[in-house]
Design a protein around this ligand. Structure first.
Ligand SMILES: Cc1cc2nc3c(=O)[nH]c(=O)nc-3n(C[C@H](O)[C@H](O)[C@H](O)COP(=O)(O)OP(=O)(O)OC[C@H]3O[C@@H](n4cnc5c(N)ncnc54)[C@H](O)[C@@H]3O)c2cc1C
Length: 435
């Protein structure tokens, strides 16, 4: 297998003719798309399992994914039992990649994956193709924008998604603005409320269209309450005003069906509107490869090995479902790697024919299919807030796993382990909320 001189790759010195490369298409065991926390953890685990014909392809200049710009702490409490900043957390895995000499290329974007796992990569030196025995999809997600929300009004500068504003401050040392309104109580928006305050901006308020916050309670306390930033639930931005730069936003209360209530409009003069209104898994490449997606997660339908509907194509991390904590991303990718390693060694994995279904109170479950022969950890989110509930997993009418919770909220991912010895070989696993 070819190894890469990384310095030369980063500087883009490799000069490769496309036709030349297509003729010499490389064979590889596993190609990992994306060098964020999921991709890094999967590659390291594959190596530990003895699969060393691996390549990580990352489109940014450096690996680490979205964590490169998350300089706040709070990462790693579950995985490493200590609190780390995003870059520190990512560095642990980058160090492992370096120590194990796992090949990677940066400044290289995967542009196509075919059903038979031919992967096209645009590098600074030209277009290259690999035929992989297994492909691991770890492309993360992107933020929903103003265009997706369709907020009426003018189109001035000063409207940023929270992640873009975070990149401006933390990666490029640029301040997006001074007088700030935040729409959406997602974690990134709340983290940016604190960050902009610490950098000298005035954050007037966070407005959330839903009657409950979208982000984690710890972020409400540490990022809003501690800085006296008010959070208004059941409110949304209904107009954006400003010729070249944002001048004000109009905010309205919304009714139970989330429609603005006429007469409740209030104008907030501001130069910056930050949107923290949700993330969308980046699955265009998955669709290229005819991977079946789940309408609820917007990620792939996977089995207990994180194998998608396409044999040998696996998915984990935020491209599969939006996670609350990165620790769970890494652990999920490690589990994926165990399955992918078996797939590479044996050429196939055990069929998973038992579907996992959920009642109307559960938004989704991951995985969506199991074999009934392996211990699994079902990950899920509830659709609304519950107090003193039990989440129950049943098969053929019998409870095979459950978890009692004082509080279950949509912002927090819930995990329930199910032991192989409790499962039968047929009969759907049904997940439900019991109050
Ligand atoms: C602003 C913000 C704050 C957060 N704060 C916390 C926190 O406090 N605590 C916590 O635990 N978690 C936090 N998270 C969540 C955590 O960062 C994510 O769960 C984690 O980064 C997801 O990892 P990933 O590898 O799935 O995706 P990402 O980190 O998004 O990595 C995906 C990688 O794939 C690459 N890629 C995508 N497409 C291609 C392609 N076609 N070709 C090549 N490469 C590609 C991307 O460039 C990227 O590097 C935060 C997230 C954000 C956005």
């Amino acid at each position: 297998m070819e190894t890469f001189d990384r310095t030369r790759e980063v500087e883009g010195i490799r000069e490769i003719e496309e036709t030349d490369e297509i003729e010499k298409m490389q064979e590889i065991d596993v190609l990992v798309v994306g060098g964020g926390p999921a991709g890094l953890a999967a590659a390291v685990k594959l190596y530990e399992k003895g699969i060393t014909s691996v390549l990580i392809v990352e489109r940014e200049k450096t690996m680490g994914g979205i964590l490169r710009q998350c300089i706040h702490d709070g990462f790693g409490l579950t995985r490493f039992k200590e609190t780390l900043s995003g870059p520190e957390y990512a560095q642990r895995f980058i160090d492992a990649v370096e120590e194990l000499h796992i090949p990677y290329i940066t400044n290289a974007a995967v542009t196509e994956i075919t059903e038979d796992k031919v992967v096209t990569v645009v590098t600074r030196g030209g277009i290259r193709k690999w035929r992989a025995r297994a492909v691991i999809l770890t492309m993360g997600c992107r933020e929903r924008t103003r265009g997706v929300l369709g907020i009426p009004g003018e189109r001035p500068t000063g409207v940023f998604t929270a992640g873009v504003a975070q990149a401006y401050i933390n990666l490029y040392n640029r301040m997006p603005g001074k007088e700030v309104v935040i729409l959406g109580s997602g974690d990134i928006g709340m983290i940016m409320a604190r960050r902009m305050t610490l950098e000298g901006a005035h954050v007037q308020a966070v407005f959330e269209i839903l009657p409950i916050p979208s982000g984690l309670p710890r972020n409400i306390q540490q990022c809003l309450n501690d800085y006296d930033i008010p959070l208004y639930l059941s409110h949304t931005v209904t107009e954006i005003t400003g010729k070249s730069r944002l001048e004000s936003v109009t905010v309205s209360e919304v009714d139970e069906s989330l429609k603005p209530i006429p007469g409740t409009e209030k104008v907030y003069p501001c130069d910056t509107l930050i949107l923290s209104v949700g993330l969308i898994p980046e699955n265009e490449l998955s669709l290229d490869a005819s991977v079946v997606l789940d309408g609820r997660t917007k990620g792939a339908v996977v089995d207990e090995n994180f194998q998608t509907s396409q044999e040998g194509i696996f998915a984990a991390g935020n491209v599969l479902h939006v996670h609350d904590l990165v620790d769970f991303v890494s652990m999920e990718a490690e589990k994926l790697a165990e399955g992918a390693a078996r797939y590479v060694c044996d050429g196939k994995l055990q069929a998973c024919r038992i579907p996992v279904t959920a009642d109307e109170n559960i938004n989704h479950t991951i995985p969506q299919k199991v074999s009934g022969t392996q211990d699994v950890k079902l990950a899920m989110r509830v659709r609304k807030q519950f107090k003193d509930v039990t989440i129950v997993v049943r098969q053929n009418g019998e409870t095979i796993a459950s978890r009692k919770m004082k509080k279950a909220i949509p912002a927090e991912m819930i995990q329930i382990p199910v032991k192989a010895e409790r499962m039968k070989r047929d009969g759907a696993l049904e997940v439900c909320v019991e109050c």
